[in-house]
Design a protein around this ligand. Structure first.
Ligand code: AMP
Length: 224
């Protein structure tokens, strides 16, 4: 039986980490919207593409990326993955009502998941952390310029990415102003989606996002 899992939560709540752990444990396809976008928007091939550069600026300011474009990209990807018969875990989608519930042309991610996976096989985890923790975690985070891996601050200052040896950078959207703007976007555009999902009687499971990732993961696994 195939399943679709969604991790919701503010920036830095650990959505990507939990999704990765679950993908490895249950053999799911991980769709991390932010990582996917970073790969496309920072691809040197698109250096002179005005549209791509505009979206890159949106991302670096901490705003959500053009919602119509994301809706198209996400639903297309889910069609492909479900056609391969794969289960899926999301970290970063849906993040707006448009992406979740669609418009006249595209009925959105949730309807597609209902159709492809069945309502009872959709799990939505909400990782709850306080605002101060969001800011603290994101300002300590860096990323590898080559493999785009996320690295939390280590006790010893790293000179290179421990995975591929690439140069370590700080994400532009992890500057303090951008973090605050991402938090605002989260409250304004993403949290209402969670409320609506509860109203539409999706299985929404709230988990405290403050403990160590392995502890949170133990809780997540209780549902499978
Ligand atoms: P993340 O890596 O999840 O923190 O995402 C980084 C940035 O990518 C966000 O601040 C947005 O600019 C963009 N982004 C990621 N997911 C979405 C989405 N579902 N809809 C619109 N923008 C997104």
């Amino acid at each position: 039986m195939n399943i679709a899992v969604i991790f919701f939560g503010p920036p830095g709540s650990g959505k990507g980490t939990q999704a990765k752990l679950l993908a490895e444990k249950l053999n799911l396809y991980q769709y991390d919207t932010g990582s996917f976008l970073r790969k496309v928007l920072y691809d040197p091939k698109f250096k002179n593409n005005k549209e791509v550069q505009k979206r890159r600026k949106e991302m670096e300011s901490g705003a959500l990326i053009d919602l119509n474009w994301i809706l198209k990209v996400t639903t297309r990807r889910v069609q492909e993955i479900s056609a391969l018969g794969e289960s899926i875990v999301f970290s970063g989608s849906p993040r707006s009502a448009l992406e979740a519930f669609g418009n006249k042309q595209n009925s959105g991610l949730m309807k597609l998941l209902d159709k492809k996976y069945g309502r009872k096989n959709i799990y939505i985890f909400y990782l709850d952390i306080p605002q101060a923790e969001t800011v603290r975690r994101n300002s300590r985070r860096s990323t590898c310029a080559v493999c785009k891996g996320q690295l939390m601050a280590f006790a010893v200052k790293l000179k290179a990415c421990p995975f591929c040896g690439g140069k370590i950078e700080h994400r532009k959207d992890d500057r303090k102003e951008a973090i605050l703007s991402r938090l605002q976007e989260y409250r304004k555009l993403t949290l209402p989606v969670l409320k609506e999902l509860k109203q539409r009687e999706y299985k929404v499971i709230k988990i405290n996002g403050a403990p160590a990732p392995y502890k949170i993961f133990e809780k997540v696994l209780e549902y499978f």
